[in-house]
Design a protein around this ligand. Structure first.
Ligand code: GLU
Length: 477
């Protein structure tokens, strides 16, 4: 048996980071077993589709490097891979179930359905269809259809059956068929519902393993009933726990931070760091290590080892991992990755010297700007910081002597700057901490920067001198 997995997103919104996590698992499991990973677009709910929705899915998967073997753009032996282009299949299979008396036509009107709902609610039951057309004579139904009356096709859910299925993560799961209402399979507009389409497609596309979010687990009994009605073999199911918000409260949601997969990349997370993070959310390799790349994951991942508890989307861990991956890059590679994050106006010729200076301090690539702006733009200076542990007279004297010393340098390399500054400090017996901190603040506006002498050298003689002059001339002192 060839392992075939799939991701089946609906183009109803931005691609969620949880979908990338799901894609990753399906991708890895297929690759591990030399099988195929299929992308199928589930666009049967036209009312909820967003513009450019399919492109968003394609872009996000490509950006994370999770390429599919069959699907949109690629085609494959079981296409088309976009459900709205497969309507004839769903019609055919819904019809087959009607012909075998496993499904039936239903003509219930909106008003009738609403009445059922109200009646159920009145006796404290969940609203559901009451089966009013379950035993309606087929000939009569066909006549009404020929006369042009709108209809849906519903599954005739068998009574008093125990529905059992096995989940790789949760083990055996049982449902009572009396709790499942007669599902709509085909809507009056000729579109299938999710339940019919997902089962028909997973079958026709020869999907062997369905790994999807646990929010679908309550739909699985309906799918099991459909597989039984068709007499098809069932795939293996694995329902993956959802992510909780970084604060640990509730299912991960837009209101509490980023959820769109592409936004993480735009905010300066490296795709390999995000993927690594998603790998270890709810799963760890046998040796418990936390850093692993895609190839290692493919080799070691086993869905049966996924924890069945929900996991917190822990941004601190993502930030840590991102730093690890940034520092793994060579300076040349980091330079390339930083390109989109370099603000216009940044003096490009300084880049090669700047990168090693800030590499240790980047959490995301987007930090480049805040860590380097003082290198090319005059910072504003907080005079309280400047005067910390010193009198204005002392600071003025220090600035004046430093300015003179720096102005006279022919060579503004970090060594030359260091030498002259240390000499001054020693000669006048200034306290190192106070003097160096004062100088750091005067030149950069910041308390924490990369090493001071190197920083000054990168800023350049002319600019450093002019910054010091400006402070001496200002009323700040
Ligand atoms: N179309 C569903 C979704 O958007 C797919 C669920 C499944 O994988 O069966 O998540």
């Amino acid at each position: 048996m060839t392992v075939r997995t799939r991701l089946a997103p609906s183009p109803t919104g931005r691609m969620h980071i949880g979908s990338i996590a799901m894609a990753l698992k399906n991708y890895a499991f297929a690759k591990k077993h030399g099988g195929q990973f299929i992308l199928r677009i589930e666009d049967t709910d036209k009312t909820r589709e967003i513009e450019d929705g399919i492109n968003e899915i394609v872009r996000a998967l490509k950006a994370y490097g999770l390429d599919w073997d069959e699907g949109p753009e690629k085609g494959g032996p079981y296409g088309p891979y976009i459900q709205s282009q497969r309507l004839e299949f769903y019609k055919k299979y819904a019809q087959k179930l009607v012909d075998e008396a496993k499904a039936y036509y239903c003509f219930a009107t909106k008003e009738e359905l609403e009445k059922m709902r109200q009646e159920a609610l009145a006796v404290g039951k969940p609203p559901r269809y009451n089966g009013m057309y379950r035993d309606y004579p087929l000939e009569k139904a066909k006549k009404r259809i020929r006369a042009g009356e709108p209809y849906v096709i519903r599954l005739k859910v068998p009574k008093d059956q125990e529905i059992v299925f096995h989940d790789l993560i949760r083990g055996e799961i049982k449902f009572d068929s009396n709790e499942v209402s007669d599902q709509v399979l085909l809507k009056s507009d000729g579109y299938p519902t999710y339940h019919l389409a997902v089962v028909v497609d997973d079958h026709l596309m020869k999907i062997t393993h369905v790994m999807r979010g646990e929010e679908w687990i309550s739909s699985t009994p309906k799918h099991v009933l459909l597989y039984q009605a068709f007499g098809w073999p069932m795939p293996t199911w694995a329902h993956i726990p959802v992510f909780l918000n970084p604060d640990g409260k509730g299912k991960m949601s837009k209101r509490k931070g980023d959820v769109a997969a592409l936004d993480f990349l735009e905010k300066g997370y490296l795709k390999e760091a995000v993927l690594n993070f998603l790998m270890i959310l709810g799963w760890t390799p046998k040796d418990q290590r936390e850093i692993l790349n895609l190839d290692e994951y493919v080799r070691e991942f086993n869905p049966a080892d996924i924890s069945h508890n929900s996991v917190i989307f822990d941004l601190k861990k993502l930030n840590w991992l991102n730093g690890v991956y940034i520092r793994k890059l060579s300076d040349a590679k980091l330079k390339k990755r930083l390109k989109p994050f370099i603000p216009s106006g940044f003096p490009e010729k300084k880049l090669d010297r700047v990168i090693p200076l800030i590499k240790e301090r980047l959490v995301t690539l987007a930090d480049f700007d805040k860590l380097t702006r003082f290198l090319w733009q005059q910072p504003s200076i907080d005079s309280k910081l400047l005067l910390k542990k010193a009198t204005p007279e002392l600071v003025k004297k220090q600035l004046k002597l430093t300015l003179e010393a720096l102005e006279s340098l022919d060579d503004f390399s970090d060594q030359a700057v260091e030498q002259v500054i240390r000499k001054l400090q020693e000669k006048h017996g200034w306290r190192k901490r106070q003097y160096f901190m004062m100088l750091r603040v005067a030149v950069t506006g910041e308390k924490a920067t990369p090493p001071l002498f190197e920083t000054m050298s990168v800023i350049g003689q002319e600019e450093v001198v002019s910054r010091l002059k400006e402070i001496l001339n200002s009323k700040n002192l």
